[in-house]
Design a protein around this ligand. Sequence first.
Ligand code: ADP
Ligand code: MG
Ligand code: MG
Length: 252
Amino acid sequence: MSKLEIIDLHVGIEGKEILKGVNLEMSTGEIHAIMGPNGTGKSTLSETIMGNPKYEVLQGQIKLDGQNILEMPVDERARAGLFLAMQYPAEIQGVTNAEFMRAAINARRPEDDQISVMAFLKKLDKQMAFLDMTEEMAERYLNEGFSGGEKKRNEILQLMMIEPKFAILDEIDSGLDIDALQVVSKGVNEMRGADFGSLIITHYQRLLDYIVPDYVHVMMGGKIVTTGDASLAQRLEDEGYAGLRDELGLDL
Ligand code: ADP
Ligand code: MG
Ligand code: MG
């Protein structure tokens, strides 16, 4: 079992404090959702976990299996087993999708146990079929000319190929039609198991009908203000963030 701990995390962007003391602990085998209004710091949290240098950690710690990861650059965090699907995935010129995934898989394996081309292609075929993706998607340059839906589907393909310990999915549902949403959810649900944990960030409850989380956290004003089970997401849908804010007596 692996554990990801976020302890009293304060993060600033361009001198402005955005996260104001986030505490969150998750283990593999668990799916956690973070919901919250726009501009509350959800993407700031995911970018900070992954190590985007634009976000300045002012205070607090992030630990993976007891080890502080804040000093690690992005690629080292990925090798340690973290995976981030971004709200707006970048395009990488000159690297095909398949090359990227094979390199990412091998980066997590010892030198003398690299995945063979045959084993890689077999796994790739299987996962692409599972996600209803056409074979040519693997040979295209990463995210170049991918539609919004293709990018999201591709993030899930990468997830299934790389098999991280923890995946952070930041608004993986934004702009998806219902078919794409179902495919994305199917992929995440397929990954569920003792060796995998996920932090699913979403503005809307709809995604959580398909990927039912074990825990739901609500973030407002740069803090987690309440935590519950999947029913909390439904309550938010019914009452809205304003209703919850009043109920908790928050002045945010
Ligand atoms: P969410 O994902 O919950 O919508 P974000 O983490 O994206 O929230 O943003 C939190 C706050 O940080 C917002 O007030 C936003 O304007 C600000 N912010 C986010 N990214 C930047 C940036 N690159 N530069 C300056 N401010 C930013
Ligand atoms: Mg946003
Ligand atoms: Mg965001």
